[in-house]
Ligand binder design. Structure first.
Ligand SMILES: *Cc1c(COP(=O)(O)O)cnc(C)c1O
Length: 407
């Protein structure tokens, strides 16, 4: 069964293109004018001093920015190569980088006169972040979540309800994240007069990839300045995990023109890059159109989206943001795969070395740092983004390791 968004491959505009034609707006006609309004408003507001002050105020006083750039002394000594710095997005309010994006989009929605926020969520992280900001700004909030995911993530469903959001269990398709995105887009198409769709990653039709990048760029804006203050130099390498690619594009953004800074995106290889249980979209996917954008997707020869797999729910997405597809094509960034086993090992490693329980998503980036740092020299520097904290993962990692934590 093809989705609404696959059928309607309309792209009348050349806006939001990356590299060799990635990105664009492949959406039902009915959403075209709404996206145009969003785009115009975004282009105006990002240069508007009042908007920038509102954004800044919430980032500082609500989200706890700037996040630390932490020198991981123990890991550096243990690995015996490059100096390792961790950009601590795990210390943000709600425990991940996602808050940066939802604050920006919710403020934008307010300026557009919208009082109702909708969002998709997979494991629940983006849904919780959206529900959080809706509560703060007094907006109503409805979250679309695959029925499978609502059953696997009951705690986050309750957390969203606690924050005042309504959670819809999506029963179409395979009842997972990709189906939740479709449901949210359809809801927006049918009710855009009072509703804004807060997209959770650097994906979807233009201008979402650009907006999400803009709001997440605070990560590299800060890390660049912080490293300048601490080391008086640029990093040699920046590493971040890639699901849809929002924490990674935010981590890369301010270094894109510094061609001596190597950029590495780490995808989830799941059970192995050559197995069918993987989510390494850039390495394994092919060019297609889905969720309103042209990008790389895990799909069969008919363009049907394949199921993807990773131990990490946040990296379990069958596509990737169009700018990452373009950066890979231009070889400006390199993308590598890390397996479940390697990520779990990194989860334990960083906990024991640094006393940080990091999100399993972020541990994919840490596992890559463990491999690459020893091959680099001691005067080189890696900045690795810790996209989130790992409290949410402790129970499932215990289970993966065969540890019985039931009472
Ligand atoms: C959602 C999430 C990710 C993956 O999303 P991106 O858009 O690729 O950044 C990574 N880490 C954490 C902690 C997340 O919650």
């Amino acid at each position: 069964m093809k989705t609404l968004l696959n059928e309607e491959k309309i792209d009348t505009q050349q806006t939001g293109r990356y590299g060799n034609n990635f990105g664009g707006q492949y959406i039902p006609e009915i959403l075209m004018s709404e996206l145009e309004k969003v785009n115009q408003s975004f282009q105006t507001l990002k240069n508007d001093p009042t908007f920038k002050m509102e954004l800044q105020d919430l980032l500082i006083n609500y989200a706890n920015r700037p996040s630390l750039l932490y020198y991981a002394k123990n890991m550096t000594a243990d690995l015996g190569g490059a100096k390792i710095y961790l950009k601590r997005e795990d210390l943000n309010h709600t425990g991940a980088h996602k808050i940066n994006n939802v604050i920006g989009q919710a403020l934008l929605a307010k300026h557009l006169g919208k009082q109702r926020l909708i969002a998709e969520t997979g494991a629940g992280q983006h849904g919780v972040a959206t529900a959080t900001i809706a509560a703060l700004l007094g907006m109503s909030c409805e979250i679309f979540m695959g029925k499978e995911d609502t059953e696997r993530q009951k705690l986050n469903v309750y957390r969203m309800e606690l924050l005042g959001a309504k959670v819809h269990a999506v029963t179409s398709g395979s009842k997972v994240l990709k189906d939740a995105v479709n449901a949210a887009l359809q809801e927006w198409a049918s009710r855009s007069d009072d509703t804004f769709y807060v997209l959770g990653s650097a994906v979807g039709p233009a201008p979402f990839p650009e907006m999400v990048k803009y709001f997440q760029s605070v990560i590299s804006q800060e890390s660049k300045q912080q490293l300048q203050d601490q080391e008086n130099q640029l990093p040699d390498m920046v590493v971040a995990c890639v699901g849809g690619g929002s924490n990674a594009i935010g981590s890369f953004a301010n270094y894109l023109d510094d061609t001596n800074v190597k950029l590495v995106g780490v995808e989830a290889a799941g059970k192995g890059i050559d197995t069918d249980q993987t989510a390494a979209t850039i390495e394994r996917g092919s060019v297609g159109v889905f969720h309103g954008m042209k990008s790389l997707f895990m799909q069969n020869s008919d363009g049907q989206i394949d199921p993807v797999y990773s131990i990490s729910a946040g990296l379990d997405y069958p596509g990737v943001g169009p700018e990452h597809a373009a950066l890979a094509e231009a070889k400006r960034a390199e993308y590598v795969g890390i397996t479940d086993d390697e990520a779990v090992q990194a989860f334990e490693y960083i906990a024991k070395q640094e006393g940080i329980v990091a999100a399993i998503e972020s541990c994919h980036a840490i596992a890559y740092v463990e491999k690459i740092a020893p091959t680099m020299s001691k005067d080189q520097i890696i900045v690795c983004t810790l996209s989130g904290r790992g409290d949410k993962d402790v129970a499932s990692i215990a289970k993966y390791k065969g540890v019985n934590i039931d009472e």
